[in-house]
Design a protein around this ligand. Structure first.
Ligand code: HSE
Length: 413
């Protein structure tokens, strides 16, 4: 029998204890022996719950208990998750986490300690909730050169964008619903400003490149500036707006970003709606492969944690090669990425056609009935060139009151 401890009895932690009890026999069959929950570490008491008699408040009890071989970290955040996880690995215990902030900030060090101590540091649940994506990268796709990973990696923002798109819901209402359903981070700014997606694409990029990726090097833009008017244009154009986390690896150069992107129905991620996540992986031999499923929520995410517990149980005496090494990966500047751009402008197209074509090139025009504005879709260009074009147009706007730029969104179509 293997004894385990869960640190943090929140949404995911309580899901883990629930599955450990509910699927006890399935888990034992896969792990080769029973997995018993010995402790639940939390600041609170849970007198009416099935784990009431296992609740402890002292981390040392876990760290110093030789019976505990696998520790599950579902506290979230860096403090005290980081010192606790590090101490567990140093004590020769396997650690399984759902905490993307921890993996993105300290993964390199924690993976190195796990290797040295011949234990495992697994984090399947940190990206894509219940979708298998980390394990496919180090098992099924281990013979591939990964060229691109593009994902809708945040359930909360995908839920919000879907509600705004399909039901005309306000941003605030949709966010409240996502929070009530247990999808959102404790501080939803992490979802809507793209920080959560940034950590997830940093982890996936590091997995693909085999090198450390600093999430702070990744250009990150959230969905807070997307409005109902953008969705009116999107409807007319028959396209969708999704928050993408993308990384591309070509000739050893890695680029990555997080931003809302307009895509049309031929894009493989077009149909990923509500809380679902979708991840497209392109390998040099494989071509495109798609991973789709529940990207957030209690049981889907806990299910991924359980799979990690089982893999740790199957490898109690050895470190499974996975993750990345100490070398740091350089990320190419965002200015070098190429997109088309959707630009909403004040006034009417007729007066500005010449200036727009001179500054943005040969654009497509989209007009909505009864609006004192219009939009254009630029040809594909480098981000740096687009920023210069926006600055040139802004200079004109200083001289003409109806020349303002109201919105810009990257587009891939
Ligand atoms: N807040 C995250 C999301 C939870 O909405 O996707 C899963 O990481």
């Amino acid at each position: 029998m293997i004894k385990t401890a869960v640190m943090g009895y929140g949404t995911i932690g309580s899901g883990v204890t629930e599955i450990l009890a509910e699927n006890r026999d399935v888990i034992a069959a896969q792990a080769g022996q029973e997995i018993e929950l010995k402790y639940v570490l939390d600041l609170r008491e849970f007198p009416d719950s099935p784990i009431a008699d296992k609740v402890i408040h002292e981390f040392k009890l876990i760290e110093e208990d030789p019976e505990i071989q696998i520790v599950v970290e579902t506290m979230g955040g860096l403090n005290p998750a980081y010192p606790f996880v590090k101490a567990c690995l140093m004590a020769g215990k396997h650690v399984v986490t759902s905490n993307k902030a921890l993996v993105a900030a300290h993964g390199t060090e924690l993976l190195a300690i796990a290797r040295k101590k011949k234990v495992n540091f697994f984090f399947e649940a940190s990206v894509g909730g219940g979708i298998p994506i980390i394990r496919p990268l180090y098992h099924c796709l281990m013979g591939e050169r990964i060229e691109e990973i593009t994902g809708i990696l945040n359930g909360t923002t995908n839920y919000i964008l879907t509600k705004m798109d399909k039901e005309g819901d306000t941003f605030e209402n949709a966010l409240r619903e996502a929070q009530n359903l247990g999808y959102a981070e404790r501080n939803p700014e992490a979802d809507v400003e793209g920080y959560d997606t940034c950590r997830k694409i940093a982890i996936l990029t590091a997995m693909a490149a085999g090198k450390e990726v600093d999430y702070q090097d990744i250009y990150t833009e959230g969905i807070t500036k997307i409005t109902d008017v953008d969705f009116k244009y999107a409807e007319k154009m028959g396209i969708s707006i999704k928050l993408f986390g993308t990384s591309r690896i070509r000739d050893g150069k890695v680029s990555a970003y997080v931003a809302p992107v307009m895509i049309n129905s031929s894009h493989p991620l077009y149909g990923v709606r509500d809380v679902f996540n979708g991840i497209m992986v392109r390998g040099n031999m494989l071509g495109v492969s798609m991973f789709y499923g529940s990207g957030a929520g209690k049981l889907p995410t806990a299910s991924a944690v359980i799979a990690d517990i089982i893999e740790a149980a199957q490898n109690l005496k050895k470190n499974v090669p996975m993750g990345w090494g100490d070398e740091k990966q350089t990320i190419e500047p965002m200015e070098n990425m190429r997109f088309r751009y959707f630009v909403r402008l004040a006034g009417s197209f007729r007066n500005k056609e010449q200036d727009i074509r001179r500054i943005f090139g040969h654009t497509e025009v989209i007009e909505l009935y009864g609006m004192d504005e219009f939009a254009v879709l630029t040809p594909e260009m480098e981000e740096g060139a687009f920023r210069q074009a926006v600055a040139a147009y802004d200079a004109l706007a200083e001289a003409h009151s109806d020349f303002g730029i109201k919105q810009t969104i990257r587009a891939m179509m």
